[in-house]
Ligand binder design. Structure first.
Ligand code: SF4
Length: 448
């Protein structure tokens, strides 16, 4: 009889100080660690790592927290600190330089990540009910990677900041660890998402974290570069055109990040943008788009626009159409302004009548369809790489080029694609094009 010996999971000791709110935080952290497979240790000696959840309410509570950290270091030596004293990391580090990690109150993901780092779970198919890469709702070959939650802006048509709060960025090492697991599990394309990708790390002052022997800042450019080294396609969504976006363009030229930017411009008229209270409302954006395209000629830009925003005049709308003609964006989505309960724009004067909104919507869609058709026609006869999404029973397959994000952009339909599988990346020759899609034939299959 074959007997499989299961590895023992690591054990976590806990010292929880302070008020009942802190106790609830400790319970949440331990619940998550237990769900991840960790065992609890009732004493210092049996623990692989000790978690000290501190209180910093009064000076006496701080002193008690520091004493508890000191005791855990002396008794066990492998200590992760969390809780209110996390705000005073310098004080803790000065007194206890050997502490493995310090996180603040409510930073559940960070503290759980620090425990995983300090005492990694042995990989074991018998113990793990959930794959290392987590459970996914997307196909195996592409994954969304959320880098932050919430938003610091207050656009007049949007209630997301009310629903989700201000920007909270994830630690760059936590994002990279997740991305690495996804790639190891078969992801070929990482889709970076947030409410405002360009603002990533602002809330944590772009604090660097160790990653593979180096420091990586919580900054869009650094994160993109490191993601690019994982060997998957990296696609950036919800990028506001702040000046530092210019620094990501060379990463595209180097092939680390896909030559693709999803920038939600929403409008072009300076007056409408002002009324919308849009961030990164830069009058020189056309100039910058030209400069990006000079550096990365195959750059694809997707954007969305709102027509019929309150107060949008004929001149504003004409400005938008001219701007779109100039900008030659590759993919455009348009929406008619819809009042949302709780959004300031809902109660603004000069609401645009429904039939005018419809007229403007159709004009934007017609213009962008024409531009898209012209741009795609220019690709006929060229070779592009395609990531296969699905295959059919008749020897055909459908995938996406570097210019196409799943669900929102066009597709590439392949003939004579027998033998291909979802997740393969294949070079194809483009034979035809329409307003949104390309039609092509494979040249050869790259290793999946
Ligand atoms: S629309 Fe504006 S407020 Fe809403 S999530 Fe985007 S940037 Fe933030």
């Amino acid at each position: 009889m074959n007997v499989t010996t299961l590895p023992k999971p690591p054990r976590v000791g806990l010292v929880s100080l302070g008020c009942p709110k802190n106790l609830v935080d400790s319970e949440r952290i331990m619940t998550k660690l237990r769900a991840d497979g960790y065992d609890m240790s009732p004493d210092y000696a049996g623990a692989d790592v000790v978690l000290v959840n501190t209180c910093g309410f009064l000076d006496s509570a701080k002193e008690e927290s520091l004493e508890a950290i000191g005791e855990a270091i002396a008794e066990n030596g492998r200590v992760v600190v969390t809780g209110c004293m996390g705000k005073e990391a310098d004080v803790i580090r000065e007194r206890f330089p050997d502490v493995l990690a310090i996180t603040g109150a409510h930073e559940y993901e960070q503290v759980v990540g620090a425990v995983h780092e300090a005492a990694p779970m042995p990989a074991n198919a018998f113990l793990n009910l959930v794959p290392e890469s987590g459970l996914k709702l997307t196909p195996r070959h592409y994954s969304y990677l959320k880098i932050s939650e919430g938003c610091n802006h207050r656009c007049a048509f949007c209630i997301i900041p009310h629903l989700r709060g201000d920007l909270v960025s994830r630690r760059p090492d936590a994002v990279l660890r997740e991305a690495e697991k996804l790639v190891a599990a078969g992801t070929k394309e990482l889709l970076v998402i947030s409410q405002d990708t360009s603002a990533y790390g602002v809330d944590i002052r772009h604090q660097p974290r160790p990653w593979k022997g180096e420091e990586v800042r919580a900054h869009m450019t650094d994160l993109s570069r490191e993601l690019g080294k994982l060997g998957a396609w990296v696609r950036l969504h919800y990028v506001y055109p702040y000046p530092h976006v210019n620094d990501v363009i060379p990463l595209m030229a180097e092939g680390l990040v896909l030559p693709y930017l999803d920038i939600p411009f929403q409008h072009a008229s300076p007056e409408v943008l002002r009324r919308m209270r849009r961030p990164a409302n830069d009058a020189k954006v056309l100039q910058r788009i030209r400069s990006w395209r000079e550096q990365v000629p195959d750059l694809s830009i997707r954007s969305s626009f709102v027509v019929g925003f309150p107060g949008e005049t004929e001149q504003d709308f004409a400005y938008l159409l001219n701007w779109l003609e100039e900008a030659q964006l590759d993919r455009v989505g348009a929406f008619k302004f819809e009042p949302v309960e709780g959004a300031p724009a809902t109660s603004m004067n000069d609401q645009v009548p429904a039939d005018l909104k419809q007229e403007r919507y159709e004009a934007v869609m017609a213009l962008s369809a024409r531009i898209s058709a012209e741009k795609l026609a220019a690709k006929v006869g060229t070779d592009v790489d395609v990531l296969i999404d699905r295959v059919d029973d008749d020897g055909g397959a459908t995938g996406r080029s570097k210019a196409d994000a799943p669900e929102i952009d066009g597709e590439v339909h392949l003939r004579d694609a027998g033998g291909l599988n979802p997740g393969d990346i294949v070079s194809v020759r483009v034979e035809e094009a329409d307003e949104h899609d390309l039609y092509a034939v494979p040249l050869g299959i790259q290793a999946a």
